[in-house]
Design a protein around this ligand. Structure first.
Ligand SMILES: [Zn+2]
Length: 231
C-alpha cells in the first residue's frame, strides 16, 4: 500500500488547490467510456472509491440506507479481500460494485499482462462474492487505448466522473459539501472515497449532501442505471 500512499500524496499536491469540482472528462460510448449519464431526468450517481475501509465504508452504507439511496462502490481488490463482509453488504443493500484494480496502480504504460492481471484478480474475487457488475474505474481516471482494450477484453465499461470534490485531500465536510452542491447537475457522476488515508470527512459531508439534493428534487441511481446499461 506504500505506492498507493505516495500516489495519493502526489495527487493531493497536484489537485488540491483546484477550486471547481467539475472535471473535464466526457463520454466516448464507442469505446464504452462514460463520465456522465443521461440528463433527461434529474438523477445523479454517487460513487465511492478505494474501499472497503474498516470504519468509513460501514458509516457510508449506514447513511445511504437511512435515506434509501443506492450508490456505486469502486473497490480495490486488496481491500475487498480484507473486508468481504462489506462487499456482501453492498450487494445485499442494492448497491453496484465495480473493479478499481487490485493494488490501485495507474495502468497506463503497463504491459497487457500486468493490466489484465490487476483487473482479473479483482474480478475473480468479486465474482466469488457474487459481484458481476461490468464496471471498471481506472485509478486516477488515467487511461489509454491499451487500457481500454484490456477493459473491453473483460467486458468492462470504463466509468469516470464529472464532479470531484477532492474529499481524499481531507477538506472539512463543509468544503466537500459545497464542492458537490455548487457543481452538480442532472446526469453527473460524483466521485468520493470511502477509503481515505487518515481522517475522512466524507461521511459527515454525505449527511449534508444527500438531504440537500433530495430537497432540490434529485434522485440517486447506481452508475449502471444512470448510463442505462442493458441487463
Ligand atoms: Zn482510487
Amino acid at each position: 500500500m506504500k505506492s498507493f500512499f505516495a500516489l495519493s500524496l502526489a495527487f493531493c499536491t497536484l489537485f488540491c488547490g483546484k477550486t471547481s469540482a467539475r472535471t473535464v472528462f466526457s463520454n466516448d460510448e464507442s469505446k464504452r467510456v462514460y463520465a456522465c449519464g443521461r440528463t433527461d431526468g434529474q438523477s445523479i450517481a454517487l460513487t465511492f472509491d478505494d474501499g472497503p475501509h474498516s470504519e468509513y465504508t460501514a458509516q457510508i452504507l449506514d447513511i445511504l440506507a437511512e435515506y434509501g439511496v443506492k450508490a456505486t462502490f469502486f473497490v480495490i481488490g486488496e481491500n475487498a479481500e480484507r473486508h468481504p463482509e462489506l462487499i456482501r453488504r453492498m450487494k445485499e443493500e442494492g448497491h453496484a460494485v465495480g473493479n478499481h484494480t487490485y493494488r490501485h496502480q495507474i495502468s497506463c504504460n503497463k504491459s497487457e499482462q500486468d493490466v489484465l492481471s490487476e483487473l482479473e484478480r479483482t474480478r475473480d474475487l468479486l465474482r466469488e462474492l457474487g459481484v458481476e457488475d461490468p464496471l471498471f474505474r481506472p485509478p486516477g481516471g488515467a487511461y489509454d487505448d491499451h487500457l481500454l482494450s484490456c477493459a473491453r477484453a473483460l467486458d468492462y465499461n470504463v466509468i469516470l466522473w464529472t464532479v470531484d470534490p477532492r474529499d481524499w485531500c481531507h477538506p472539512p465536510a463543509e468544503q466537500i459539501t459545497k464542492g458537490v452542491l455548487d457543481a452538480v447537475k442532472s446526469g453527473d457522476i460524483v466521485l468520493m472515497h470511502d477509503y481515505v488515508w487518515g481522517e475522512s470527512h466524507t461521511p459527515e459531508a454525505l449527511r449534508q449532501i444527500i438531504p440537500a439534493l433530495l430537497k432540490e428534487g434529485y434522485s440517486f441511481k447506481r452508475v449502471d442505471e444512470l448510463i442505462r446499461l442493458e441487463g
